[in-house]
Design a protein around this ligand. Structure first.
Ligand code: ATP
Ligand code: MG
Length: 588
């Protein structure tokens, strides 16, 4: 058996994993108790065989033979039942820990600051919550606890052997160094292969996930063949890594058989060498030793495997803990956070500086203010920072300098829930979850009844549109809203915003051009939505822009101009140019 490497046996990590088992202490203790009991009864059967041969057969005690046979059968039954409970309880223990850890991890991920999602690929976070945590289960069901059980039973068998004949035991153990070396190489080899297999699986997952999402692009550009080649390559790597692991098994397991045979051969050789002076009592010992060798090799053969499982579990736990320890998350708002009963809706940006990536400012000292009930339109070229401005208002990101105030209070001081309930958003690209239209509007908030949804929908004249969908409010939206058009998706999110009746409305108009009928729907919905609320509208429609009380012209993160449509046209600066480029050719 190999001695575990220092780096591999990270006790601190293991201890932390076990802290998750604390609520299931009882199960853990029961499994350890079972492990001890199982270990103790392991050498009993060879012991009984020894007794039978040496005493009862030698002295021709037929009655005792029947009794011993019954005891042996009873032992096997007891052992089987205990083994069943042992596997069952360790598996339940592992699964319970997995359940708790998964909830903790997902909860953590839900509260991570959005900037973390810009930095971490989604696939990685998926792997953390699904695969890595599953490996932690194995620490309990296939790793540590079973290793403890195996080591204990090996110790018990060896003790029995040494007590009954230490010389013969030493002889039988002569081939063991080969076993140790073999196990070591085997462990290293499958470890390397499994590492490669895991990487290959991750690559396969990432490739398939990305390409299924982007299938439209692949097909539209007839890139199927090229992408297929790439897929084949990754698939080959996966196969090769697996074959290496299988090769290691195919060499190791027969090797163990050979060593076992060698040991048994040595036992037989040694006793037959002494056969001339062989006492009768040694016949039983020989037979029981042969049984013992089997009992020793069975767990030894698997122990390298189990150590790997344990190692993988520990590595996985390290990755999961990294997510859990991520300091970049939104903490729960303190109890004394600002929770106004009513938000009037005055918004002030004061010299706000913001950067997604350190050193690359996206907003440079942006200042503006909006009075309650007024609408400000933000216009600017693509990438000028419009969406960024509105992401800051409900604290999706944190600013580096300056100050954002609502009703004169810094938004950092607001209770986050209160803030977000009062700031309604309609995003540029609306994300829909797979589920019914209803679920997507309410986001499964049970406080929002169907009546309320319909009422809101009627207010912005969306009810008929939804009723025209097959199934109406029960229409099943596919993942990412793929079965709805961009405009339709945005219309749904209007209802979402309307329902919360927020004091402040943020609207990032979809850029796509829609048909006249939808255009009218959207126009009407927007008018209703912004009426009586403070609104920040990132506008692409001239009509929306014109209705705004104020227009803010953004260019490369800087406020260039501010004023009404007429004022800015008269200025004949940025806005006039933008207006000319965007609208003159297409509208009116
Ligand atoms: N999550 C992000 N991480 C890093 N950089 C980002 C991120 N989101 C946007 N940016 C960068 O910030 C700048 C402003 O982006 P923003 O989305 O605010 O532009 P926009 O004015 O809304 O453009 P559009 O009219 O195309 O919607 C861009 O240069 C963009 O590359
Ligand atoms: Mg944008």
């Amino acid at each position: 058996m190999t001695a575990p490497k220092k780096t591999f046996f990270d006790f601190a990590l293991l201890k932390r994993v076990f802290r998750y088992a604390a609520p299931y202490k009882q199960k853990f203790y029961i499994s350890v108790m079972l492990a001890i009991l199982l270990a103790i009864i392991t050498p009993v059967r060879p012991m009984l065989v020894q007794l039978t041969v040496n005493e009862y057969i030698a002295n021709e005690m037929a009655g005792m033979l029947v009794r011993i046979t019954l005891i042996q059968i009873g032992l096997i039954l007891v052992e089987t039942v205990m083994r069943f409970f042992f596997s069952y309880i360790t598996a339940v223990l592992g699964q319970s820990v997995v359940k708790d850890m998964r909830i903790a991890t997902y909860k953590k991920i839900m509260h991570l600051n959005l900037s973390q999602f810009d930095k971490t690929p989604i696939g990685t976070l998926t792997t953390r919550t699904i695969n890595d945590i599953e490996s932690i289960n194995d620490i309990f069901s296939d790793g540590l606890v079973p290793i403890i059980a195996d080591l204990l039973s090996i110790a018990c068998v060896l003790t029995y052997m040494f007590i009954s004949d230490w010389q013969l035991t030493l002889i039988a153990l002569i081939p063991f160094p080969i076993m140790i070396i073999g196990t070591y190489y085997f462990k290293e080899s499958i470890n390397r292969s499994f590492h490669k297999v895991r990487n290959a699986v991750a690559a396969l997952n990432a490739f398939v996930q990305e390409h299924l999402s982007g299938m439209a692009v692949v097909q539209a550009f007839a890139a199927e063949d090229r992408e297929m080649e790439k897929f084949k390559k990754i698939n080959r790597d996966h196969r090769d890594a697996n074959i290496k692991a299988i090769f290691a098994y195919s060499v190791f397991f027969p090797l163990v058989e050979i060593i076992l045979a060698l040991s048994i051969g040595l036992i037989v050789w040694w006793t037959s060498k002494e056969a001339l002076q062989l006492q009768e009592s040694q016949q039983g010992t020989v037979i029981s030793f042969i049984l013992c060798m089997n009992l020793l090799f069975r767990p030894l053969r698997m122990i390298a495997d189990k150590f790997n499982v344990l190692q993988m579990g520990i590595i996985a736990s390290e990755r999961v803990f990294k997510v859990l320890d991520n300091p970049d998350f939104t903490p729960e708002s303190p109890a004394d956070a600002y929770k106004p009963a009513l938000v009037k809706g005055k918004i002030e940006f004061d010299k706000v500086v913001f950067e997604y990536t350190p050193g690359v400012p996206v907003l440079k000292e942006v200042s503006f203010s909006v009075n309650p009930g007024e609408t400000i339109a933000i216009v600017g070229r693509t990438g000028s920072g419009k969406t960024t401005i509105i992401s800051l208002l409900n604290r999706l990101y944190h600013i580096q300098q300056g100050c954002i105030k609502i009703d004169g209070v810094d938004i950092e001081q607001y209770d986050l829930d209160t803030l977000r309930k009062n700031v309604g958003v309609v995003l540029q690209d609306v994300f829909l979850f797979s589920g019914s239209v209803m679920d997507n509007i309410t986001l499964r908030n049970p406080e929002i009844t169907k009546e309320k949804v319909e009422q809101a929908a009627k207010l912005i004249e969306m009810h008929d549109f939804i009723m025209r969908l097959p199934g109406g409010y029960d229409y099943h939206v596919m993942e990412r809203g793929a079965t709805l058009s961009l405009g339709q998706r945005q219309l749904l999110s209007f209802i979402r915003a309307m329902l919360y009746n927020p004091s402040i409305l943020i609207l990032d108009e979809a850029t796509s051009s829609v048909d006249t009928e939808s255009e009218q729907l959207i126009q009407h919905a927007i008018d209703t939505l912004i009426k009586g609320r403070t609104s920040i509208v990132i506008a692409h429609r001239l009509s929306t822009i014109r209705k705004a009380h104020k227009i803010l012209v953004l260019d490369k993160g800087e406020v260039k101009e501010m004023g009404t449509h007429e004022e800015l046209m008269r200025l004949n600066g940025h806005y006039a140019k933008l207006h000319e480029m965007q609208f003159e050719t297409t509208e009116e």
